[in-house]
Design a protein around this ligand. Sequence first.
Ligand code: FAD
Length: 569
Amino acid sequence: MPKRIVIIGGMAGGANAAARARRVDEHAEIVVYERSGYISLANCGLPYYLGGEITNRNELLVQSPRSFKKRYNVDVHVNHEVIHVDPARKTLQIRDVSTNQLKADRYDTLILAPGAAPIRSNLPGIDLPNIFTFRFLEETDMMFKRVSSGEVKTAVIVGAGYIGLEVAEQLHRRGVNVHIIELLDQVLPNLDREMAWPVAHQLIQHGIQLRVRASAEGFIGGDKVEKVRLGDGTEVPADMVILSMGIKPELDLARQMGVKIGSAGGIVVDDRMATSIPDVFAVGDAVEMPRPLTKQAERIPLAGPANKQGRVAGHFAADCNAPNLMRFQGAIGSSIVRVFDVVAGKVGLSEKEAQKLGLAYQAIYSVRTDIAGYYPGANPLTTKMLFDPDTGKVLGAQIIGKGGVAKRIDVLATLMHFGGTIDDLAQLDLCYAPPFNSAKDPVNIVAFIAQNVRSGLSRVIGPAELDRDYSQFRLIDLRSPGELEAKGKFLSGVNIPVDELRSRLNELDKGQPTVVSCQVGLRGLIGERILAGNAFADVRNLTGGFHIWNWYNQAKKLAGDNAVDVPGK
Ligand code: FAD
């Protein structure tokens, strides 16, 4: 008897599982039930379709039920929702969404790939027409139609996560006046606040009305939404609202089946993607697994893990004796987003995540160019990296730039996958010619800085610590007077350009705790070494220099905190 493999959900996780199962077992019966009208939809491309960057809608449909049948001999039932599973009898009940008719099926192995649904909170007026979430092609088609008709002059996006910001940029492209309402004190909450500032700045520069620390409390309108009421009582006009407030795993079926749900709110799976119920696997946004870095259960709702988990589950569902190399080792968590001219990438842990987990870490910043600095088209690349001060293991990184961000995030993700340290990172032999890189890649440089700190050659201070203890230090700004005028100044401190430092040591008290800074930290290290070599007792280099100090304070200002004003910048 051929094995019957049933898959619930036909997107990233489910479609991959189906294709893999077929490659493993040519004779299995493979069936996919998908509630929406499509399978294998490239939902990550939806914002770009809405904005017109992707012009051909068909490009988003990677497969159709027909093409899937033809190539993989998989029976795909779109518009079919599985409403009940009996794991003891291995049976399912399915509802045809178009006709409401019910039908039954059975399985030998089952794969749950139901994904996660956008959060749609129960606010007054939430059911008014023109309030959308962003997940399926059907709702994107509706938004596309409304925007194309010209009826959407103003749109409000609730939530400044990566999907909200992608949609903001795309609606702006279509000439829509965009407001973003974000509850937290920054955009892109998975980044540290100062690293998210350049992204917020881009939005503001492009005329997006950004409000942080603001909440949508209700929606007002008649035939359709007209206004969003905020927590402070103000009202924002809106012809369309997009809720982008996060997602929650679709767990109804899993709960009803008695599948174990874990502490992170996802289906608990092992490294074969097997759930707590025999012959039932689960993948994608609905599952949680220990993150290799922290060993803590986490949900990482991204397309990369969902695709790979689908492959693993499909393999084991077809062949329970699959080799160990098929097992899913967990996701480190790598992500990237483009917002107008800025790209923000992240891998592993942010500083706030490391703090929450109570981990020992050292954070450092580095600012380089993405390609050789002298080559036309070079742009700054700012990296924040965290490492374990005891072991030197890299814990995470955030990179902001225009070009070359993805490449560096991927190098760091690869290093971290293998448990690499800052010493490994310093050694990496990466390709170089001026149009592509510098002879020392920015990730080599950030590792050099980390080595300086870990070896004790350099002591750094971060912007938050300097902000807290500003009055306890004498600050020496090592930049040239011209740079101070052009780039902005610290609130107080003495300006001694680095090349004059050796000859002006007699102006300085060797016993006073001192912070040195330049624009990005490199001359700071030179100044720090000059002072340390001349018996100054307590010297620290401001990591990332004035560049990061400025981001830190601008982010504070945006959040409405009591920020130090950085004149003119
Ligand atoms: P989904 O893709 O959500 O698919 C689950 C499917 O299961 C759904 O189609 C649903 O209809 C179906 N289903 C649920 N319950 C049932 C049922 N009972 N019966 C039948 N069918 C059911 N990730 C990135 O890494 N990079 C990006 O740039 C990125 N951009 C994104 C942009 C957007 C607009 C969105 C929405 C997501 C984006 N993601 C991105 C996230 C990524 O798309 C998801 O992580 C990935 O799709 C998860 O795959 P999945 O198969 O687990 O779930």
